[in-house]
Design a protein around this ligand. Sequence first.
Ligand SMILES: Cc1cc2nc3c(=O)[nH]c(=O)nc-3n(C[C@H](O)[C@H](O)[C@H](O)COP(=O)(O)OP(=O)(O)OC[C@H]3O[C@@H](n4cnc5c(N)ncnc54)[C@H](O)[C@@H]3O)c2cc1C
Length: 442
Amino acid sequence: MLHRGDMRALLPEDGGDYDVLVAGAGPAGFGAALAASRLGARTLLLEARGFPGGIAATSLWMPMNRLFKDGTSRGGVHELLVRRLQRFGPAACRPGKVTWTDGDGLHVHPEYLKEAMLELLEEARCSYRLYSPVVDAEVEEGTLRAVYAATPEGRQRFTARVFIDCTGDGALSFAAGAKTAVGREGDGRTMPITLGFALGNVDEERLFAFYDQKNTELSLSDVVDRGREKGYLMSNWYSFDRTTVPGVVSVNNGGLPGEDGALNALHPADRTFAHRAGLRLALDFVQLAHELPIPGLEHCALLETGASVGVRETRRVRCDYVVTLEDAKNGARFPDVVARRYGAVDQAGLSDGEGERPAMQSGYDFPYRALLVSGLEGLLVAGRCGSYTHMGLAAGKSMGNMMAIGQAAGAAAACACALERTPRALHYKEVQIALTVLGAVL
Ligand SMILES: Cc1cc2nc3c(=O)[nH]c(=O)nc-3n(C[C@H](O)[C@H](O)[C@H](O)COP(=O)(O)OP(=O)(O)OC[C@H]3O[C@@H](n4cnc5c(N)ncnc54)[C@H](O)[C@@H]3O)c2cc1C
């Protein structure tokens, strides 16, 4: 049973002081907060939206890839989340698809995901607050000392020994004055912004036979061409995911055509436009599906669009090491490995580079140095706003990998607090030991 009284200790009403403060509760922030609190650090997780999960929650059943490695457990926070989801039964999750980008994942019902994440955080005695965007930072002699969260009652100040930026946009690092970069080197273009949507009343067998190009004359590119001829707003590509609800599928797409990475989700006007256009894309797709018709979608209905647009790429924060495409291609091994990245190099349709689709053989190491924000003490960064080149980000950006990097940051932060040192003063072996304690498989 949930009682407000029991939850009071976990839901701070005002600012306060913590060992570890994590900003952003997407896959990376969830991994960081759960790891830090399970290692005994007094941890606070601040999330801007009204739910945890980040893109995993807003992308409506898109597979959370790389929750496993070759079908076996990655241990640590991955195993805890997977077990909790599976405990809810088939309503909560089902095996993910396997394509050149996808694998070792689960399609997860967004509401069960939110519940599973909150339960695990509560059991680890992790304090958290939703509706609490971090908007400012206080730096003293090169050390991050405090952050401010915006609330209807005004700004609240939180102090901590170690902060972890998992906001996806690098919002905390930016506020603290860290060096950041956006988009492709050279022209700043970013991977597409997508408003996912879910369709009901779908004949799944016929839709997926069409999607897999079995017994069908029509191709997906014909659908896009026919939609454009009819004057509908069409994306360059669409993909379909099964869900945990019979007759319901989730639709991913390449966002707004013609923009090719020119929309920058850091600009509120661009993000607003992407959401506006994403809504029209969804409605037009349904209309077209009825008219053509698209096999299996003759009688489909639009159930919902995501609670917000899915942003694949904005700021990347500069750390003591920058992860590159070469690391992925070479299967890099580092002595200070704290996480592993598996899967594909995927720019989600942004032109050039995509054609190459270099395979990532058996994965590569993510080094501890890539968590330490350059020029600042007391601040780590994890997730999609981490320290990569543009293609380095594309090389293994799946949710399971981001959760692994978050877990590493949480372990390092807890370790630094326990040993009363800054994260930069830790020996990487100390972080690796903490990861072993969590049961993480590197
Ligand atoms: C459309 C789309 C489809 C994708 N498809 C897949 C897929 O099928 N499989 C897969 O594995 N991966 C997929 N990815 C990639 C994957 O979702 C991301 O790489 C991953 O979610 C990144 O995790 P994150 O925690 O770093 O960021 P996010 O998931 O973006 O989470 C960031 C969190 O921080 C919060 N936040 C932001 N600003 C603040 C602030 N100032 N203060 C507090 N909180 C803040 C946000 O609300 C959010 O909850 C997809 C991405 C997109 C956009």
